[in-house]
Design a protein around this ligand. Structure first.
Ligand code: ASP
Length: 440
């Protein structure tokens, strides 16, 4: 069985929902994971921020406006009077719940419950639409099987067991619709897999049922070789290995949640990226196959903080790095890039929630310099470190101040740290000289 995930734009309008219906209605049994309609999760986050800031009127206004938008979509989508009424009743229940939330004290638990409503809305509406169109579908509530543990990792055994029980109650269905993104935490409270987490839901389910393939349907023809939001002339990449895709997703390729390939790579389950608006396009196939060597794609990750830790105590001494790493460990802050010299170590983090505490502790053992607003530019490709194009990088970026370089950490990745104001120029130059073969 295949698992197909459709993103916010794919379920963001009646026309696109009809495209999705045509894509999935091919007579094969499948699991379909849906995001919230585009814009909904952002609006729910904004409602939740209003509640946190005691702006109840603002929250209520947004809830009412969203409620009306859903009603007008339902009127366009569901011409069957009974289904139209049934879905409006369900949707109203959700919006009444949101109004109740607006008068409650803010907590993380409340926020998680608020942002979970987007996927509950989209899946209920879409499943009813399929029923109207005579398609044999059923709705599998993700909260019955999707759970993360205390480390926020998917609890695969629990998921496997409970997914099986849930799906078996609807054995005769052809299409199983379920919510992406939402899950329970280890206390059984509503939680989520972080923004963009529906991709992750799809591969977690894919791994749990040992799917033949996981397909991620978005609004672009697969993963591009550079960031199409900033760079002209980007092109879709037809094949990527699991390693390459993981590096790109982690270092900023927005099309995929960073963890997407983690659950499926061990079982060698391919992930195909496809475009709902252009289903015949090849898209990108992510699998264990590695194709040609060289730089295949470039991605950039913003909001990076660089920390330089300088100490004469590093000279010919051991144990210094251990102390440094322990401080980051205490604050559960992952380190992305790292470079060292005999007297200093520079590293980067993207989660600066605990930065002041970390700096306070580092200050006791070294002199610290902080550079905010940095971007990691990540060049990915099979055996990229050995490729002849690699030596051109300094020439291509001769006018850009490169703050750090990470080379050789893996064969498939070279990362450069630049000031974010230099990011777009760097990406465009790399694109022109590496992919468009402009001569240096
Ligand atoms: N709806 C969630 C978000 O907007 C999850 C997803 O779309 O994957 O982040």
């Amino acid at each position: 069985m295949k698992v197909l995930k459709f993103g916010g734009t794919s379920v963001g309008s009646v026309e696109n929902m009809s495209n999705v219906k045509n894509i999935i209605n091919d007579g094969e049994k499948k699991v379909v994971v849906l995001s919230a309609m585009s814009g909904t999760t952002n609006m729910l986050v904004s409602i939740s921020n209003d509640i946190a800031g005691h702006e109840v009127d603002g929250a209520i206004e947004k809830i009412k406006a969203l409620h009306e938008t859903y009603f007008s979509t339902i009127d366009k989508l569901l011409t069957n009077a009974n289904l139209n009424k049934k879905v409006k009743d369900y949707v109203s229940e959700i919006f009444n719940f949101l109004v109740e939330c607006a008068y409650k004290d803010f907590s993380e638990h409340l926020e998680n419950n608020i942002v979970a409503q987007g996927e509950l809305l989209s899946t209920y509406m879409f499943n009813s639409y399929l029923q109207q169109e005579g398609i044999n579908s059923s709705l599998l509530p993700a909260l019955k099987f999707m759970r993360i543990d205390a480390e926020k990792e998917p609890d695969i055994d629990y998921i496997k067991r409970n997914f099986e029980v849930t799906i078996n109650t609807f054995e005769d269905s052809e299409i199983y619709i379920t919510q992406g993104f939402i899950c329970l935490d280890d206390d059984g409270e509503v939680s989520n897999l972080q923004r963009g987490g529906s991709d992750y839901t799809a591969t977690i389910i894919g791994a749990a049922i040992k799917a033949d393939e996981v397909q991620i349907w978005t609004d672009i023809d697969g993963m591009h070789n550079n960031d199409p939001r900033y760079v002209e002339n980007t092109k879709p990449i037809s094949n990527l290995s699991f390693d390459e895709a993981a590096e790109l997703a982690y270092f900023g390729a927005k099309i995929l949640h960073p963890q997407t390939v983690t659950p499926v790579r061990a079982d060698n389950i391919p992930v195909r990226l496809k475009n709902t608006m252009n289903p015949s396009a090849h898209g990108t196939l992510i699998s264990s196959v590695t194709s040609e060597n060289g730089i295949k794609a470039i991605a950039a990750k913003d909001n990076i903080t660089a920390i330089k830790i300088k100490s004469a105590r590093m000279l010919q001494a051991h144990g210094f790095l251990k102390k440094v790493f322990e401080i980051f460990e205490t604050y559960k802050t992952p380190i992305d890039m790292i470079t060292t010299s005999e007297v200093a170590v520079s590293l980067t983090i993207d989660d600066d929630k605990h930065l002041s505490k970390i700096v306070e502790e580092l200050d006791q053992i070294a002199t610290i310099e902080i550079d905010k607003n940095q971007s990691i530019i990540c060049l990915v490709g099979h055996s990229v470190v050995n490729h002849q194009d690699t030596c051109k990088l300094f020439q291509i970026l001769q006018d850009v101040k490169i703050r750090m370089i990470s080379y050789g950490g893996s064969k498939n990745n070279i990362s450069l740290l630049v000031d974010t104001k230099d990011k777009v120029t760097s990406l465009q130059k790399l694109n022109d000289y590496l992919f468009e073969l402009v001569t240096l």
